[in-house]
Ligand binder design. Sequence first.
Ligand code: 9D3
Length: 224
Amino acid sequence: MRLDVLTIFPEVFEDYLATSITGRAIRAGRLRVGVHDLRDYTRDRHRVTDDYPFGGGAGMVMKPEPIFRAVDKLRRKSSRVILMSPQGPKLEQAWFAAKAKSRHLIVICGHYRGVDQRVIDALVDEEVSLGDYVLSGGELPALVLVDGLARLQPGAVSDADSLAGDSFSDGLLDYPHFTRPRAFKGKRVPAVLLSGNHQRIRDWRDEMRQKTTALKRPDLLKDE
Ligand code: 9D3
């Protein structure tokens, strides 16, 4: 899979993409990520990517021309163009599972008040949001998108079970985890986990997943 990200802050992507599972997926060749500075697609001396809104009002709007030039250069037949936008539906695990099979995504990061509407109308296939709160731009949301897709690429997460057991992939939260030491600050690891009885351990974990979900995220247990 290939991702091309359009942004006015390309430098914020570098460290994160080089790290952990995203870094491993990229180094393993499972995922290619291009980060493109929209200022490289301007044609004026000051490399301006934003301008005042027609009709007035606070804040700046991202100009259409650099975004159109970048998308025209990067787009192929298989491309889908995604705009990170507080107006899109919220990203969910099912979205990642579906999009992980894509060949090529072009991801546009907005800033300020957002992008010129003609970008949305002519170029964007879908808008996606992280949630109903205001961030200063689409860069962190785009990193979330890349991370969620990277770990679903074949071979990116070493243990296939850790994907199958993903919280949300079956609508339940995870069970509690413990590692050494067996006793810490007077708190013992649940005896069942030391029992060596794998059926009992599975049953305990299933039960804990139900209980934890009912307690912390009862909304996940309601149908629809
Ligand atoms: C004044 C109306 N604002 C919409 C709530 C304008 C606006 C605020 C912030 C337009 C863009 C932004 C920058 N945010 C994003 O680009 C963004 C975002 C977000 O703010 N919250 C959750 N998900 C996302 S994805 C992209």
